[in-house]
Design a protein around this ligand. Sequence first.
Ligand code: ADP
Ligand code: MG
Length: 394
Amino acid sequence: MKKTIKDYDLKGKKVIIRVDFNVPIKEGKIIDDTRIKESLETIHYAIEHDAKVILLAHLGRVKEKSDLEKNNLEIVAHRLSDLLEKEILFSKKTRGEGLEEAVQNLEEQEVLLIQNTRYEDLDGQKESKNDKDLASYWASLGDLFINDAFGTVHRSHASNVGIAKLLPNGVGFLIEKELNALKTLDQPKKPYTLILGGAKVSDKIGVIENLLPKVDHVLIGGGMAFTFLKAKGLEVGKSLVEEDKIEFCKEMLEKYEEKIVLPVDVNVTTEFDENAKNHVVAVDEIEEDEMGMDIGPKTIDLYRPILTESKTILWNGPLGVYEMKKYQKGTKDTLSIAVRGNRRLILGGGDIVAAAKELGFLHRVKHASTGGGAMLEYLEGRDLPGIDAISEEE
Ligand code: ADP
Ligand code: MG
């Protein structure tokens, strides 16, 4: 178990919290503030316990000067202030006298947000390369470091790994929740089923190799199903196929024949367009000019008993092109089965979480991981440096 914010007395302490404020911004407006809202619990806790709160966060990528203004975190400071119903301080710079003074003058229960950590990437990628001097400068501003940005734990940056090594530390509530969910996957209650969708096999090779030996069943849908179907010798028309992954799929099908469930019917169309006509066909009846956009009802019938008896379900990637309403059905029907009953359902991946939200199932999911890339690397069996850098409970 990792140390958490609850293991420390925060009163009067300068607590640096690394949060995930990497929100989507369009035309100067925040279009989805979910990430800011998700970090509130930890920030509220620090305020209530009389900490002097210092927030570090990144926004987008900063490669050249022109990236600075569009990734200015000030816009987040305003939204955070609204959400906290409290004035907060903002440091326009990531270092310097102004910042140091603001930190010195910080009172208990006050909140100071520091400019986008990736401003430090402009000159030699100091943040992203975990520059030692930068990490020790930031660490010098605080007494304690709390990491609550799950979205970046797969990266070794100055603002997460660098600081953690220099200060007493722990995780916030958001990361604690993620870790608890991931822990259930280390020793999953069986039967354990993996639902794998999304666009490409090539994005998920690591996940497939790491998880197939561990799960009892894997239900493959989405675009990646067609490379598997092709590997079985079927003609899939214009469906998404990665020719160079057919061999890999063949190998997986041979090795894990018993576990892998492929679609038996699909919803096809002739154009990648919502207005083009569509219909459901068996997988061996796809015409040359047709492409598969979603799994069909007979496939759902095949999934149902497997999902119903599963005690743990891990799901990455939507089962159809859910951005188009008429190809949401496969994902929706599968979700409605998976959320029922007494089992652990964990969603990992940006698109499957977005789909569950849009389709109104998110509140019924036991755990939806907010860190797409971090979750994926964990599922590939890789280390998460941002977590490894945090101390274990004594
Ligand atoms: P996640 O973010 O959950 O890991 P991915 O990013 O791997 O998921 O995949 C999501 C994308 O997969 C979506 O944009 C969706 O449109 C696409 N997709 C799903 N089914 C198909 C399909 N049959 N053909 C092409 N693309 C598909
Ligand atoms: Mg995605």
